[in-house]
Design a protein around this ligand. Structure first.
Ligand code: PBG
Length: 328
């Protein structure tokens, strides 16, 4: 055969493949989600997420330090309070579980980027992400009063020293409201990472065990997005950028890679993807059964996120990936 083009030439050796590789993974790309709880002592493993645990403050510090030493540069915190009520009071309490954890982490590990998830679901007695009125079984989540509480929450995190606040509630107008409140309080350098295109997804199931945040009745479809809607996702991202988001996120990850690509291409902002709990649980379960090889599948998935355009990957495998990359 007399072929002009032989693409296989460039695949012949590991060195050649490395030479032409279009992108590489680095520990700098990852953010590790951590669950800090007022209700546990030490570590309380989450059954549906092998390797993930709810942590008390000391265990949180150990976990964060271990990740940092492995090369992970950022964590995102979720809090589990003892007291939950109809106004999510503990979400914005000066001494709330996340606020204390942030102060501790920033004191002990000043170079670690500390991000906080800004949401009300873990702090509301009913588990919805905002102020909710029930009509029978139907939950009405009120937008503007929820935004007021989200602003208070983000501010309290910034005051505690959070480097990045990340609203995950999907209320309208919260990015602009949080940005102006942060600026007015002198936190003009606090970074806003918006969960801009967050879908109502069944893949959050295991997380809701970990964060104890499943809604008692109803679902999140009146605020999180419909899985079918890509153009709407672009509009959501556009709004959040106009309101002042520094980083935009797509969530979940693998089933929504088309959006990572379109959002990065269209807007060019630092783009994050959340490799969510269900994506983690699926592969962990398959690996535990010997059906898939965990390490190869994880590295392939992380590479796919980057290929799609993600700059930042939020994943429960963050520390593990950093260790794998270091030893490879
Ligand atoms: C809080 C929040 C959720 C996740 C991140 N922030 C759950 C939800 O919206 O129900 C999901 C993360 C995961 O599944 O790993 N609103």
């Amino acid at each position: 055969m007399n072929l002009t083009r032989r693409p296989r030439r460039l695949r012949a050796t590991p060195q050649l493949r490395a030479l032409v590789r279009e992108g590489t993974l680095s520990a700098d790309d990852f953010v590790l989600p951590l669950f800090v709880s007022e209700k546990v002592q030490g570590r309380q493993p989450v059954a549906s997420m092998p390797g993930v645990a709810q942590l008390d403050e000391n265990a949180l510090l150990d976990e964060a330090r271990g990740a940092f030493e492995a090369g992970v540069r950022a964590v995102i915190l979720f809090g589990i309070p003892v007291v939950r009520d109809e106004k999510a009071t503990q979400a914005y309490a000066e001494n709330g579980v996340v606020q204390r954890a942030v102060r501790r982490l920033k004191r002990e590990l000043p170079k670690l980027i500390v991000m906080t998830d800004v949401c009300l679901c873990e702090y509301m007695s009913h588990g919805h992400c905002g102020v909710t009125e029930f009509h029978g079984d139907v939950a009405h989540v009120h937008n503007d009063t929820s935004v007021e509480l989200l602003v208070a929450t983000a501010l309290s995190h910034a005051k505690a020293g959070a480097d990045v606040v990340a609203p995950s509630d999907m209320m309208d107008g919260r990015i602009g409201a949080i940005r102006s409140a942060l600026d007015a309080a002198g936190f003009e350098n606090t970074i806003l990472m918006s969960y801009a295109a967050k879908f109502a997804s069944a893949f959050y199931g295991p997380f809701r065990d970990a964060a104890e945040s499943a809604p008692q009745s109803g679902d999140r479809r009146s605020y999180q997005m419909d899985a079918a809607n890509a153009r709407e996702a672009l509009r959501e991202v556009e709004l959040d950028i106009a309101e002042g988001a520094d980083i935009v996120m797509v969530k979940p990850g693998l089933p929504y890679l088309d959006l990572v690509w379109r959002i990065k291409e269209r807007f060019g902002l630092p783009t994050a993807v959340y490799n969510v709990s269900g994506e983690y649980a699926m592969l962990k379960a398959a690996a535990a059964n010997g059906w898939l090889d965990e390490k190869s599948c994880v590295i392939e998935q992380m590479t796919a996120f980057k290929r799609a355009g993600a700059d930042i990957i939020i994943t429960y495998w963050a520390r593990q990936c950093a260790e794998w990359l270091r030893s490879s």
